[in-house]
Design a protein around this ligand. Structure first.
Ligand code: FES
Length: 106
């Protein structure tokens, strides 16, 4: 999966992620700015909040109730296209996903 991250300042980074890697893991491993992922991906921090490109939103599996709840506590207010990036996984079926990162996570 090709993941394109656009930072709040407009800078963008593209990472080729392996199936199973989350959008959060690929970011933190590669030093992509704008994603913290403090809890390591277990849905207890909301510091991996991203805005998914509208064109890619429906390619993703729906969010769980817990993800939905956690998004209410994100540092930057959620929007219609908000997701927690530790819950978005690269896979053979997902060719590209574009996300924007919020100005701050904590
Ligand atoms: Fe903590 Fe995603 S990394 S909720």
């Amino acid at each position: 999966t090709k993941i394109v991250y656009t930072a709040h300042d407009g800078g963008s980074t593209t990472i080729e992620a392996q199936p199973g890697d989350s959008v959060m893991q690929s970011a933190t491993r590669n030093g992509v700015p704008g994603i913290t992922g403090e809890c390591g991906g277990v849905l207890s921090c909301a510091t991996c909040h991203v805005f998914v490109d509208d064109g890619d939103l429906e390619k993703l599996p729906p969010m769980s109730d817990l993800e939905d709840e956690m998004l209410d506590g994100a540092a930057v207010d959620r929007e219609h296209n908000s997701r927690l990036s530790c819950q978005i996984k690269a896979s053979e079926e997902l060719d590209t996903v574009r996300v924007s990162t919020p100005e701050y996570q904590e």
